[in-house]
Design a protein around this ligand. Structure first.
Ligand SMILES: Cc1ncc(COP(=O)(O)O)c(C=O)c1O
Length: 345
């Protein structure tokens, strides 16, 4: 069956233009820095984000881990959101591989970390304490609804961090969605950050890959750590060719995904048995709950939806997350609304 797949924007497949560019990509051995296509992608990424350098990494998780390993030493502490991907969904890499301790603080419903909470979490000089070294933000904040953090807020956190001799890392897996939703440039949005990771393999539709961007010295050290983690690349231009199309073309169409997410949310608001979150969506994610009078669980509804040709993600027994992306067209949105109607009947 040709499924409508709303489980995530990670399910996107390379576009025909990407496949063509991949087939024709000029390549070389990237460990020697000889891959012209990858070199172009890294230069483009650094330029678009307004940083000195960029490093291609196979995944967002590896990009975040490398960033934390560059910023921190063993025994250091990182202030992170308690709903952040780094804290919840990266297999505890910072502790297991870096000896770094997370200091989780509450994500507010708008995805932010309260400035006073950040301030209160910075350790004082004391022989008993770990040393606070880094603050991490996530933009868009996935679990809080795919909500974008603003330029103003990011500047405030950057200022607070730097005033206290801390660095700021942004997990910007979906930073282009955040920029498009607020009509600002990505460059402006990440200006206060010392490092940023963003993903090509999500809404930007590349098959593999993320980029870590930052200063020259930071990226040189990151390159060394990537090698240590077994992430040295060879003829990676085959993949980078798709990433260039992600940055040059796919960033320009994200507003369509946001419009379709709105259309989907509006449709689902009329389905009995569903309660779409009040302000959802902010970007390409629609979050909704089953109403209390629905006896079936989200997992049972998920199976019924699958039988109707629509794949959705149950977050827990009552909650769903639906993500729009470039293969979700208007027809797919309509099919999803009508499948939910049938599944709940
Ligand atoms: C906010 C966020 N950060 C990081 C990642 C990790 O990316 P990857 O799956 O490429 O490791 C994800 C993955 O979904 C994510 O949603």
């Amino acid at each position: 069956m040709d499924y409508v797949d709303l489980r995530s924007d990670t399910v996107t497949k390379p576009t025909p233009e990407m496949r063509e560019a991949m087939a024709e990509a000029e390549v070389g051995d990237d460990v020697y820095r000889d891959d012209p296509t990858l070199n172009r992608l890294e230069e483009l990424a650094a330029d678009m984000l307004g940083k000195q350098s960029a490093l291609f990494v196979p995944s967002g998780t590896m990009g975040n881990l490398i960033a934390l390993l560059v910023h921190c030493q063993r025994g250091h502490e990182v202030i992170v959101g308690n709903q952040s991907h780094i804290y919840l969904n990266e297999a505890g890499g910072m502790s297991a591989l870096g000896g770094i301790q997370p200091c989780p603080i509450q994500n507010q419903s708008d995805g932010t970390l309260a400035l006073l909470d950040i301030l209160a979490s910075i350790r004082t000089e004391d022989v008993h304490h770990p040393i606070t070294r880094l603050v991490c933000l996530e933009n868009t904040q996935n679990i809080c609804g795919g909500v974008p953090l603003t330029v103003e807020y990011t500047c405030q956190v950057g200022e607070l961090a730097h005033r206290n001799d801390l660095s700021l890392h942004i997990d910007g897996a979906r930073i282009f969605n955040a920029a498009v939703a607020q009509n600002v440039s990505v460059r402006e949005l990440v200006e206060p950050a010392d490092s940023v990771m963003f993903c090509l393999s999500k809404a930007l539709a590349a098959p593999i890959g993320s980029l870590l961007v930052g200063g020259d010295t930071f990226i040189a050290r990151a390159r060394h750590l990537r090698k240590m983690l077994g992430g040295g690349m060879r003829q990676v231009g085959v993949v980078a060719a798709a990433g260039i199309i992600s940055l040059e073309q796919m960033t320009k169409r994200l507003k369509d995904d946001h419009a379709r997410a709105k259309k989907l949310a509006n449709g689902l608001r009329h389905v009995n048995g569903l309660a779409v979150d009040a302000n959802s969506p902010y970007t390409n994610m629609v979050y909704l709950n089953l109403s209390t009078d629905v006896a079936l669980s989200a997992q049972q509804i998920t199976q019924k939806m699958k039988d109707l040709g629509v794949l959705v993600d149950a977050e827990n027994a009552r909650r769903f997350r639906l993500v729009t992306h470039y293969s979700i067209d208007d027809e797919a949105v309509e099919k999803t609304v009508s499948a939910f109607q049938k599944a709940l009947n």
